[in-house]
Design a protein around this ligand. Structure first.
Ligand code: SER
Length: 342
């Protein structure tokens, strides 16, 4: 009999790190197999069953995994983030879109073979939105899932399209089976900017928030690449992990949508800098906007309406902005860089 597993793609990224810890800490967890282009951080080895270094574009590798394992759930986190994708748009398309199709196909094949759908948890993003201008962004406030879907980045286009692909694969095989639930049980969240005390992301555009915090904690000056008034929604990493676990555990019949907004707090870059300075009074934070990255942040909504997630699967963040800084970010980051700042 094949071993039943949870597959995490992009496991070496900052969401992957937290997710592995949380899944492994659950009572009686399924073994975790990780798939990442880079070998997994060795500190995670004791928590997983197997680390596969490889490419989600390698269909032979995916077929081998599919033959070897019964995949119960896929957390698909692997992606090239928004800023990185602008440098290599076609490569981003390959990784972000073709990689996702490959995994959706693997899921439906597995689901059909075992007669029960594979749960597919897809991490999408505020980048799926595109606010036409700053005036409309401010007036719109918290946007709903179906509004303003005109992304300006390749990453955003990729994420939005993959949300549709997930819906397509979920519905198409349901229809073929008529009454039986087979194929893929696709569930997606649109994350705001994520802030972790343990890791700094690479290649994203919301990265200025974690970057200014990590710089301050190490006693380094930081030049923020967006204007002081730039405002987007954020979430502390422990809540992001909770989102993924809660969504995967929600009873299917409670879900009224495939794609859910989730958020915790919206703050301007200046407000975030103020909170960082309150914790690290010697921090030097200046504002030197980059045109390209500013355009991206201006195109993202100021806030997200996440009432559907709250209603359907009881989502609510543990960390508002004060708790995020006072109870999680600052104490954890101080410990991480002990001695570096002040
Ligand atoms: N954090 C991502 C980025 O900045 C957005 O989801 O690209």
């Amino acid at each position: 009999m094949r071993k039943k597993i949870v597959l995490i793609t992009g496991a070496n990224g900052e969401v992957g790190h937290g997710l592995i810890h949380q899944i492994a800490a659950q009572p009686d967890p399924l073994p975790i197999v990780t798939l990442d282009i880079k070998p997994l951080d060795k500190s995670l080895y004791s928590l997983i069953s197997r680390d596969v270094s490889g490419d989600i574009l390698d269909t032979k590798l995916l077929e081998t995994l599919s033959t070897e394992y019964e995949i119960d759930t896929i957390y698909h986190l692997a992606a090239l983030l928004s800023t990185a994708s602008e440098f290599h748009p076609e490569n981003a398309h390959r990784v972000n879109v073709q990689g996702t199709i490959n995994l959706l196909k693997l899921s439906v094949d597995q689901g059909m073979a075992r007669g029960a759908p594979v749960k597919f948890i897809y991490a999408s993003s505020i980048a799926s939105y595109g606010m036409p201008d700053l005036g409309i962004k401010q007036a719109a406030g918290d946007v709903r899932e179906d509004d303003y879907l005109n992304p300006i980045t390749m990453y955003g286009c990729n994420k939005l399209y993959c949300e549709h692909l997930g819906r397509y694969y979920a519905q198409h095989y349901q229809q073929l089976a008529a009454t039986k639930s087979i194929g893929v049980d696709f569930r997606c969240v649109r994350f705001p900017g994520l802030i972790s005390a343990m890791t700094v992301p690479t290649g994203g555009t919301s990265d200025y928030a974690p970057e200014m915090l990590h710089a301050a904690a190490q006693g380094k000056p930081y030049a923020c690449f967006v204007r002081a008034d730039s405002t987007i929604p954020f979430m502390a990493m422990p809540d992001a992990i909770k989102v993924l676990l809660w969504l995967s555990q929600a009873p299917r019949e409670n879900l009224t949508r495939y794609v859910y907004n989730v958020t915790s707090f919206s703050r301007s870059a200046e407000q975030l800098a103020g909170m960082v300075k309150a914790a690290f009074p010697t921090a030097e934070i200046t504002f030197k906007p980059s045109d390209a990255r500013q355009r991206i942040v201006d195109s993202w909504p100021q806030g997200l309406n996440d009432s559907a997630a709250r209603q359907d699967w009881g989502w609510q963040p543990d960390f508002d902005v004060d708790r995020a800084f006072n109870d999680y970010l600052i104490p954890t980051i101080v410990k991480r860089y002990q001695g570096a700042a002040q």
